[in-house]
Design a protein around this ligand. Structure first.
Ligand code: ADP
Ligand code: MG
Length: 320
C-alpha cells in the first residue's frame, strides 16, 4: 500500500468552517471562532492576511509571516500541555496563514484585571497554572517573549477556570548554552536584560526573560497596579517630554529603558499603601520574579515551590 499523500492546504481548510465571530485582535493577526465540520467542535482560527493589511501591520509583514511559522512549529512541540493552547492545524497559502487552535473561550487575563484585583486565594490558583505552563515551555528551551495579560486566556470567564498561554508569535528556541539578543516584546513587560541585550558584547538573555513579565502580572493581579507606577510618576515629572513629543504620548518604553539601567524597587518593596494589602509571602515572590539579574531571578519551576503557594490549602483539582 502506498502511504496516503499529505493533505493539501485546500483539503485542510475544507475541514473547518470559519465563523464571523471575532475572538480577538493582536498586533499581527485577527482571531475568529471556527468549527470542525465533521464534529461541530469549536476552534479558534488565527488569521494572518498577507495581502490586505493595515499600514501599521504592513511594515512588519515579513517578520510576522516568519513569526507565524515559528509559532506553529513551537506550539506543535508544546501541544498536549495543560496550560498552553493546543495547535490543531497550520495552513499557509500565498494569501493567508491560518493557524487552527484549541478554543479558549473565557477571555483574557486582561479582562479579569479590569475588574477588581484578585484575592490571594484566587491569584494562587491562576498564577500556579501560569507557572506550570511556563515551566513546561522553558523546560523545552523555548522562551515566549510576549508574556502579558492579553496572551493569557481562560477556559471560562472565572478566576477558578483553567488558564492557557497563547501567542507564540515572538517565541524562540534558546540555543543550547547560548542566548538570544533581539530586543522585542511589549514595553511594560520587557525584562531589563532584554532592553540591554547587545550581541557585540555577548550580553543576551534566555528563558527567564519571561519570568520578569510574570512579576509585573502578579503585582497587577494582587494590587490592581503596576509595580513601578510610583517611580514612573516621579520619573515623568523629572523627565518632561521633549518639545516635539505630544504630552499624551505613552512613554512606557522610554521609562522601561531608563528603569532597566537603574535599580528601581517594585512598589511591593516600598511603603506604598497598596503594598500593605498583600501578604509578606506574596510580596517576596513578586520581588523574586522581578530580580534584575536573570541568573538570580526565580525560575518557573522554583516559583512553584515558593512559600506563597503553600500559604493555604490547594484548591480542588481542576477538571479539564
Ligand atoms: P497576535 O500575535 O496578533 O497578538 P494572538 O495570538 O495574541 O495574536 O491573538 C490575539 C487575541 O485573540 C488574543 O489576545 C486573544 O484574545 C484571542 N485569541 C488568541 N488565541 C485564542 C484561542 N486559542 N482561543 C480564544 N481566543 C484566542
Ligand atoms: Mg497577542
Amino acid at each position: 500500500r502506498r502511504p496516503a499523500a499529505p493533505p493539501t492546504p485546500g483539503e485542510i481548510l475544507d475541514r473547518y468552517d470559519i465563523l464571523k465571530e471575532r475572538l480577538g485582535t493582536g498586533a499581527t493577526s485577527d482571531v475568529f471562532k471556527g468549527k470542525v465540520k465533521a464534529t461541530g467542535k469549536p476552534v479558534a482560527v488565527k488569521v494572518l492576511d498577507k495581502l490586505t493589511r493595515d499600514a501599521h501591520r504592513q511594515e512588519n509583514l515579513a517578520e510576522d509571516i516568519q513569526g507565524a511559522r515559528t509559532e506553529a512549529a513551537l506550539m506543535g512541540e508544546l501541544s498536549g500541555s495543560a496550560h498552553v493552547a493546543d495547535l490543531l492545524d497550520f495552513v499557509e497559502t500565498p494569501a493567508k496563514i491560518h493557524t487552527f487552535l484549541e478554543l479558549v473561550p473565557g477571555g483574557e487575563l486582561y479582562d479579569q484585571l479590569r475588574l477588581e484585583p484578585y484575592t490571594e486565594a484566587e491569584a494562587r490558583e491562576h498564577f500556579r497554572q501560569m507557572m506550570l505552563g511556563m515551566a513546561h515551555v522553558h523546560e523545552r528551551g523555548i522562551v515566549h517573549r510576549d508574556i502579558k495579560p492579553e496572551n493569557i486566556l481562560m477556559m471560562e470567564p472565572s478566576r477558578t477556570a483553567a488558564i492557557k498561554i497563547v501567542d507564540f508569535g515572538f517565541a524562540e528556541r534558546v540555543p543550547k548554552g547560548g542566548q538570544l539578543f533581539e530586543r522585542l516584546g511589549t514595553p511594560k513587560y520587557v525584562a531589563p536584560e532584554v532592553w540591554r541585550a547587545d550581541d557585540r558584547r555577548g550580553r543576551g538573555y534566555g528563558t527567564n526573560a519571561d519570568i520578569y513579565a510574570f512579576g509585573i502580572i502578579l503585582h497587577q493581579m494582587l494590587t490592581g497596579q503596576e509595580p513601578f507606577d510610583y517611580v514612573k510618576a516621579r520619573w515623568a515629572r523629572a523627565h518632561p517630554p521633549e518639545a516635539d513629543q505630544s504630552p499624551s504620548e505613552d512613554r512606557t518604553q522610554e521609562f522601561s529603558e531608563w528603569a532597566a539601567s537603574h535599580n528601581v524597587p517594585p512598589m511591593t518593596e516600598t511603603r506604598a499603601p497598596e503594598a500593605e494589602k498583600i501578604t509578606p509571602e506574596a510580596r517576596d515572590l513578586i520581588v523574586r520574579l522581578l530580580v534584575r539579574d536573570p541568573a538570580s531571578r526565580i525560575t518557573a519551576a522554583e516559583a512553584l515551590e515558593h512559600a506563597w503557594f503553600r500559604a493555604a490549602p490547594r484548591p480542588e483539582p481542576l477538571v479539564e
